[in-house]
Design a protein around this ligand. Structure first.
Ligand SMILES: Cc1cc2nc3c(=O)[nH]c(=O)nc-3n(C[C@H](O)[C@H](O)[C@H](O)COP(=O)(O)O)c2cc1C
Length: 160
């Protein structure tokens, strides 16, 4: 049986996705990137799943440090989110343009977003061009209520 590539692409692109800024920190170096392949994985303990390109700078930082943050973005923040998938001037260049602080686990939490989670990696699957990291939520900060930005609010695609 051969895979119907067009059907696979159309159907995978129908999976609903949010839009997040994933933050990483290693020593003095911080970085952030736009991530949409994110979902909850367990209630207790609270687990989240994020899939990260194996060639991304942040991928290697997550592998080495075993932690990451997820900043939940709001409808209307497309411009900010776009900054975080475009090429940057050196590692951390995107974060240098926005106010953030380091949270309990020392991970970047953006000030202008709905809130952020800090997670410790408890498992991963490295197969294919992304690595699926499972993180346990260790800290959460809610800045404000609002409607979360999703891929469907934008003209962007990531998937298929
Ligand atoms: C809409 C959109 C969603 C994205 N979602 C992801 C994602 O879930 N995982 C991922 O690894 N990269 C994702 N990316 C790509 C990263 O944001 C991009 O590769 C980034 O440059 C990686 O940064 P880094 O190399 O500094 O870590 C997405 C890009 C776009 C445009």
């Amino acid at each position: 049986m051969s895979l119907d590539i067009a059907a696979k692409k159309t159907l995978l692109r129908k999976i609903p996705h949010g839009l997040f800024i994933c933050g990483v920190a290693e020593g003095e170096v911080v970085n952030g990137f736009t991530a949409s392949w994110v979902t909850q994985g367990s209630f207790n303990p609270p687990l989240v799943v994020v899939s990260v390109r194996s060639d991304a700078t942040s991928h290697h930082m997550i592998q080495r440090t075993g932690c990451f943050s997820l900043n939940v973005m709001e409808v209307g923040q497309e411009e900010l989110v776009a900054k975080f998938f475009r090429p940057q001037d050196g590692v951390g260049g995107r974060l240098a343009q926005v106010p953030y602080r380091l949270g309990t686990l020392g991970l970047p939490l953006l000030e202008d977003c709905l809130g952020g989670l800090e997670c410790q990696v408890v498992g991963h699957v490295a197969s294919g061009d992304h690595t699926v990291f499972v993180g346990e939520v260790k800290a959460a900060v809610l800045h404000r209520q609002g409607e979360a930005l999703t891929l469907a609010h934008t003209s962007w695609t990531y998937g298929g």
